[in-house]
Structures are given as structure tokens and as C-alpha cells.
Design a protein around this ligand. Structure first.
Ligand code: HSE
Length: 402
């Protein structure tokens, strides 16, 4: 038998409790023992909730209880969860979390504390919501040499982009819907400005390199500048617009980037819609594999947390090596990253655009936008592109092509 506690009875925490209730038999079978939920930490009272009696307000009740083997940290934020997780791991209690902010900020240190205290720190739900991507990298793909990961890693922005494209919906209305569905972060800027996807990209980069990639070092662009005009051009090109997290190994190390990309319809990532995430991993023996599922939301995220809980309960007293180490990774300069770019400028800049980018550019036309000149460049490095774009007059924005 393992006794467990859930910290935070919000969207994900209440989802974890739901999974433990509704799938009790399956959870126990999977853990090879009975899992008993002993405490739920929350500041609030939950009168008439079936778990009312398990609610505690003082985290020390949980930390000081020698019967607690596993803690699910589903609080959100960084400072308080960080302190609590350190204390729990120092006492030999294993911790699993959905908290990517905490993993991205302090993951290697927390894994080290777990190692020193004969317990484990797992964070499956921190990337890709319910998709078991971290466990797959740690087990099924551990023997592979992974050279790239490209993924739709944020459910909220994928939901927004899908609705803007399909229903021509307005940005703020769709964001509100995503918040109501429990997809968005407490501060949705984190989603729409690309911070959340950067944290997930940093976690993935760290795990495939065995080093520590700081999310602040990732070159990042969010989706706030994307307009209905961009979707009209994308449609004319037979492409979708998706926010991608990208990791590409090269001779010197690896590039990482988070940015909206134009994706050709034939690419399976182009048809990943709504709150779904998808992650394409390329490795040397296996080639491409793609992992697809709900990237946010109560039950999907909670299911990933419970997968960790089960593994931790089945491995009590053991460290689990997740390949996250406190060795700073040196990222390659994204200035040398090469793609084609889609550029919009006012029609009067047409000649200048052709002089700068060459006569071989692919002109893009749509009957939905007037007075503009839009085109796709040849393959060009980020550095060269930005130098040219900086001098192009009357620009209206650009997108990268996958
Ligand atoms: N806000 C996040 C998203 C939640 O939309 O993907 C899951 O990490």
C-alpha cells in the first residue's frame, strides 16, 4: 500500500483525485498495490465535497507524516512548490508534478536532491499534457540518438490558432474560451507569448541532451502578431499556421526555437487542431515517430500525473534516472538556422523586396488582402534574413516556413 497526497485542488489536482476515484481498480493494478489518497492540500475548504475530510491547509501535516510515500504537486507557481518539493524530496518522499515552470526553473537541482535521498522526481505532465512523451524518451527511445524534436506544445495557442483559422474568430474571444475550458495558464501571457512552449522545449532539450537548457535562452516568438490576413495567405499557400517548439542537433550542439511556423498541409503537424499537441521525434535508427494527444485540460493532464504516481509507488525508495543533469547546455546561435520566410510588405515596397531577396522569390496572392506584396524567400539564414528585413520598407510581418 502507498499513501499519497495531492497538493492543490485546482484544475489538475482535482483531475488527479478524479482519476484515483474513477480508475481505482486500474490504478491499483498498475501500481501493484493499493494507492490511498490521504491528504489534499488547499487553502480553501470544500464543504460537501466527497473528499472534504482529506483537505488540509498546512503542508507540514503532509511533510511530517511518515506514512506519505508520494506527493503530487499540482499547485502552479514556482516559489512555494519549489520549497515544498525540496523538503519532501529531502525526507525521501517522491514527488510528481505537472508544474513545468518549476521543472524548467529548478528541475536538475530537484532531481539531484531526489537522488541523494533515495526517491524520485517525475514530471510527465509538464510537457504535452496527457501525451506520455517524457516516459517514451526515457524508456522506449533511450537507446536512440535523437537529432530533432518538433512539436506543437501549447494547447491554448493551438486552440486559438485553430478557431481563428476555422471560424475567423477574434483572438480575445477564443482566449477566453480556452481559459474557461481550463487550458490556459493563470497568466495567459505565458501561453500566447510563447513562454509555456519555451519551458516545454527547454525540458525536452534538457532530457535529450542530458544537460540543462534554460528556457530563457530559447529564441521565442508568440502568436499575438498573427492576423486573419496571415491565415488568408496560409490558405492560398495550402498551409497551416502553428506555434512550434523546435530542437535540432547539429555538429556544434543544437538549435532551439519557439515560433509560429507555416506548415504544408501534407505534414501531419498541420492537421493537429484544437487543444491537441503533437510531438515529432527524429532519431537515427527509428526515423520519425509522432506522439499525439490532448495537450491541456483537467483529465488528460491528470492522467499523466497519475502515470508518474503509479511508477513512483511501484518504485518506493528508489531513484529514477530521467537524464536531467545540472550541466549547462551551450545552444547554437539561431542566426545560423536556415528556413524559408514568408514576408508581407506594402505593395510600394515590391521592387525593394525583389532587390533584397532576389527575383526568385515565390509571390503569394490572395483575394482577401489588398495593397500588399507577399512572398516566400529562398532558404536563408535567420541572420541574413533579419538584416534584409530590417531595411525593407513598410513591412507588415513575417513567418517562418517549416
Ligand atoms: N497552458 C498550457 C497549454 C497547459 O495550453 O498547453 C498545459 O501545459
Amino acid at each position: 500500500m502507498s499513501k499519497v497526497a495531492v497538493l492543490g485542488y485546482g484544475t489538475v489536482g482535482s483531475g488527479v483525485v478524479k482519476v484515483l476515484d474513477d480508475n481505482k481498480e486500474e490504478v491499483n493494478k498498475s501500481a501493484g498495490q493499493e494507492i490511498e489518497l490521504k491528504y489534499i492540500l488547499d487553502l480553501r475548504d470544500f464543504e460537501n465535497d466527497p473528499h472534504e475530510k482529506q483537505i488540509v491547509h498546512d503542508v507540514n501535516v503532509i511533510l511530517d507524516d511518515p506514512e506519505i510515500d508520494v506527493i503530487c504537486e499540482t499547485m502552479g507557481g514556482v516559489d512555494f512548490p519549489y520549497e515544498v518539493t525540496k523538503k519532501a524530496l529531502s525526507k525521501g518522499k517522491s514527488v510528481c508534478t505537472s508544474n513545468k515552470d518549476l521543472v524548467a526553473a529548478h528541475g536538475p537541482e530537484l532531481v539531484q536532491i531526489a537522488k541523494e535521498n533515495g526517491c524520485a522526481y517525475l514530471f510527465e505532465a509538464s510537457v504535452g499534457g496527457g501525451i506520455p512523451i517524457l516516459r517514451t524518451l526515457r524508456t522506449a527511445l533511450r537507446h536512440e540518438k535523437i537529432d530533432s524534436i518538433t512539436g506543437i506544445l501549447n494547447g491554448t495557442t493551438n486552440y486559438i490558432l485553430t478557431k481563428m483559422n476555422r471560424d475567423h474568430a477574434d483572438f480575445s474571444t477564443v482566449l477566453k474560451e480556452a481559459q474557461d475550458k481550463g487550458y490556459a495558464e493563470r497568466n495567459p501571457e505565458s501561453d500566447i507569448e510563447g513562454y509555456d512552449a519555451s519551458r516545454k522545449t527547454a525540458i525536452l532539450s534538457s532530457l535529450i541532451s542530458g544537460m540543462y537548457v534554460k528556457y530563457e535562452d530559447i529564441d521565442k516568438t508568440g502568436i499575438t502578431a498573427i492576423t486573419q490576413e496571415d491565415f488568408a495567405y496560409a490558405k492560398a499557400l495550402g498551409m497551416s499556421i502553428k506555434l512550434l517548439g523546435m530542437i535540432k542537433k547539429n555538429n556544434a550542439g543544437f538549435f532551439t526555437m519557439v515560433s509560429p511556423f507555416l506548415i504544408h498541409q501534407e505534414n501531419p503537424l498541420a492537421s493537429v487542431d484544437d487543444v491537441y499537441n503533437a510531438i515529432v521525434v527524429h532519431s537515427n535508427m527509428l526515423g520519425n515517430t509522432m506522439y499525439y494527444g490532448k495537450g491541456a485540460g483537467k483529465e488528460a493532464t491528470a492522467s499523466a500525473v497519475v502515470a508518474d504516481l503509479v511508477e513512483l509507488a511501484a518504485n518506493k525508495g528508489k531513484f529514477i534516472d530521467v537524464n536531467l543533469n545540472d550541466i549547462k547546455a551551450e545552444l547554437s546561435d539561431t542566426g545560423n538556422f536556415v528556413h524559408r520566410f514568408f514576408v508581407r510588405c506594402k505593395d510600394k515596397s515590391r521592387e525593394q523586396a525583389m532587390e533584397l531577396f532576389g527575383a526568385n522569390i515565390q509571390v503569394v496572392e490572395t483575394n482577401k488582402v489588398f495593397g500588399e506584396f507577399a512572398f516566400l524567400t529562398d532558404l536563408i539564414s535567420e541572420k541574413d534574413f533579419k538584416n534584409k528585413y530590417a531595411v525593407l520598407q513598410d513591412t507588415k510581418g513575417f513567418l517562418r516556413e517549416l
